[in-house]
Design a protein around this ligand. Structure first.
Ligand code: TA6
Length: 307
């Protein structure tokens, strides 16, 4: 990767770091600082100037080639979760046995396409192309592009373009990990009355009553969700807001005590200090792309209520 083309400017610092086996791109400007692993185009840090980090990274995170980093915002594409749990149209796109959870790009080497300055943010664009002739697990011609806008807020735009001559069906998620002071004092607002599929109760369909609170392992796919979701940390009287676009599903996940012990790169007590809210197109919210069509899933993350 020749980063010489991406040098710092008076407004933006650009630096390439190496952490164990992985190259990381550090971007800083007047508004915030972020760190992005080129492998998987995985953002792993985002801290607005003068504020606390808005993204959680495991203290046991490892930086190994071919292995997803625990935390940040892994990109799940071109399917979310286990392929077997996806709609038939999506399952039909994949090929082979023992396919990885969360698709094929979160451990792949993405291309750093551009770093550009906007009036209120620095935009980093990375891409990954699949080809029917070489991609055995998902043999289709497509390009997935992630544009990360680093400003007072963090905005991720995940675009998929169908470069082939047949329709594509995908599910996807921006699998965001958030820091919380204590999961027992956290509630998620905005999902009241939404339907959800409970992955821990035989994938039964349920209805959310009131804010989501946590007293055990939680792994739910919410459907028909509104664009704005709030994580309210009642201890710290601090909220993180997510505003989504082109996404009608969201996954809420906390491993709690027992699953935490089985997770890689995860301290036994880390479940108390994190929560995943994943902006997705999952299950019935899957995306079908005609040849040449493009779809963009967007999430904007901030410490202030979006207007
Ligand atoms: O998004 C929730 C989930 O599917 C959980 O079931 C759990 O497996 C989590 O993702 C983490 O998956 P990973 O493959 O990153 O360990």
């Amino acid at each position: 990767m020749n980063l010489q083309a991406f040098s710092s400017t008076p407004l933006t610092t650009v630096a390439l770091e190496q952490r164990d086996e992985l190259p990381l791109l550090r971007i800083g400007n007047a508004h915030a600082e972020t760190l992005i692993a080129l492998q998987g185009a995985q953002l792993i840090e985002f801290t607005p100037k003068g504020q606390r980090p808005l993204i959680w990274l495991s203290e046991n995170a490892e930086f190994k080639r071919g292995q997803s980093i625990r935390g940040g915002i892994p990109v799940c594409w071109p399917w979310f979760g286990a392929i077997e749990r996806n709609p038939e149209s999506v399952r039909h796109m994949a090929s082979g046995e023992n396919l990885p959870a969360h698709g094929i790009v979160r451990n792949a080497n993405w291309i750093l396409e551009a770093i550009s300055e906007q009036t209120d943010a620095t935009r980093v664009t990375l891409s990954y192309a699949t080809m029917a002739t070489t991609q055995t697990e998902w043999p289709h011609d497509a390009t997935v592009r992630l544009t990360i806008s680093v400003g007072k807020t963090l905005r991720l735009e995940l675009s998929t373009r169908n470069e082939g001559r047949a329709p594509l069906a995908i599910t996807q998620a921006l699998h965001s990990y958030f820091p919380v002071s204590d999961i027992h004092a956290l509630e998620v607002r905005g999902l009241e009355q939404a339907r959800y599929i409970d992955a821990l109760d035989n994938w039964r369909e349920c209805i959310q009553t009131g804010a989501v609170q946590f007293c055990g392992e939680t792994d739910r796919i919410y459907l028909d969700v509104p664009p704005i979701i709030e994580l309210l940390d009642r201890n710290e009287q601090h909220s993180i807001f997510l505003r989504a676009h082109n996404s009608a599903s969201a996954i809420v996940w906390n491993p709690w005590i027992d699953k935490a012990k089985r997770l890689s790169q995860f301290a036994p007590d880390a479940w108390q200090r994190m929560l995943c809210i994943e902006t997705a197109n999952a299950l019935t919210d899957c995306v079908v792309l005609a040849p040449g069509a493009e779809h963009t899933l967007t999430v904007e993350i901030s410490g202030h209520c979006p207007t």
